[in-house]
Design a protein around this ligand. Structure first.
Ligand code: KMH
Ligand code: ZN
Length: 278
């Protein structure tokens, strides 16, 4: 890993997620081909990381290794973008089910660092579940990104580090504004940043209308940014984004206006300590 320069920024595109449906937006990619096309569009627009979920052909969220393998193979045919698979899946999935994508040699995988209200449901990540997921990510030789939805999740993550299940440097994503969890407010992000372990990379993924304002603040504070349909389907009020690429383009413009330049995939690999994919 090499430290990012202050003017460098990593943009992640969360192109599909597990909750958004075609009824919500007709621009949601579902098949492997659609996911690959969207990944390439996002990469061309300035994203160096794709946060990936998968869907069955009928649109249902799945963590099946077959669906992920198809999507990953299709993406890798068109771009060298960093592929970060979800181990969160959809609310209610078993941990074993959630681990499916780890069989597909992704570059990175999410590690959700605590249970959290998720709309009217609960996204479960008990300590035994977190340990199990962290162990499996480690065993698969995949670099984790720590998903932090609440302040205590940072403490949970450090407890995992004490147990030797994850190690520095940590890559941290603050996911803010989920209904039922802490709001995407500037003072919340500033506080979370003040609590970061030394030498961590960090970014923010804010939900809905908070996506771009938080991208602005993260750009100002030296963080990275995640945008995409998983977190927000609108380019502006009442205007659906035609896929995640326009949201990436917007985030790139915001970053540049704050003196930050999106890095290439190769540079992102250096910053995140990833080996080149073979
Ligand atoms: N779909 C959410 C319940 C992750 O990708 O690891 C969880 C999620 C987090 O999307
Ligand atoms: Zn996700």
């Amino acid at each position: 890993m090499t430290h990012a320069r202050p003017d460098e920024i990593i943009i992640t595109a969360a192109i599909v997620g597990a909750e958004v449906t075609r009824d919500d937006t007709p621009h949601l990619p579902i098949t492997a081909e659609e996911l690959a096309l969207e990944a390439k569009r996002c990469h061309d627009a300035g994203a160096s990381v794709i946060h990936l979920h998968a869907r069955e052909p009928d649109g249902r969220a799945t963590q099946s290794k077959e669906r992920f393998q198809e999507a990953i193979d299709a993406i890798r045919k068109t771009t060298d973008v960093i592929i970060q698979t979800s181990t969160g899946g959809a609310v209610g999935m078993s941990v074993e089910e959630r681990l499916g994508p780890l069989h597909c040699k992704p570059d990175m995988a999410t590690l959700n660092c605590g249970s959290v209200n998720f709309g009217d449901e609960i996204f479960e990540n008990s300590r035994p579940q977190m340990r199990m997921i962290a162990e499996r990510i480690k065993k698969a030789g995949v670099v984790p990104e720590l998903e932090i939805y609440e302040v205590g999740h940072l403490d949970n993550a450090m407890a995992l580090a004490k147990e030797g299940l994850i190690s520095a440097p940590f890559h941290i994503q603050f996911v803010l504004g989920i209904a039922g969890a802490v709001g995407a407010r500037p003072e919340v992000l500033r506080f979370l940043v003040s609590q970061l372990p030394k030498d961590s990379t960090w970014g923010v993924a804010a939900v809905g209308r908070h996506q771009m304002p938080m991208a602005e603040l993260a750009s100002e504070l030296g963080g990275n940014v995640r945008v995409g349909l998983e977190d927000n389907i609108y380019l502006e009020k009442g205007v659906l984004a035609e896929g995640s690429a326009p949201l990436v383009a917007r985030a790139v413009a915001i970053a540049r206006s704050r003196g930050r330049e999106p890095v290439t995939t190769a540079r992102a690999r250096e910053i995140l300590g990833l080996v080149a994919h073979v």
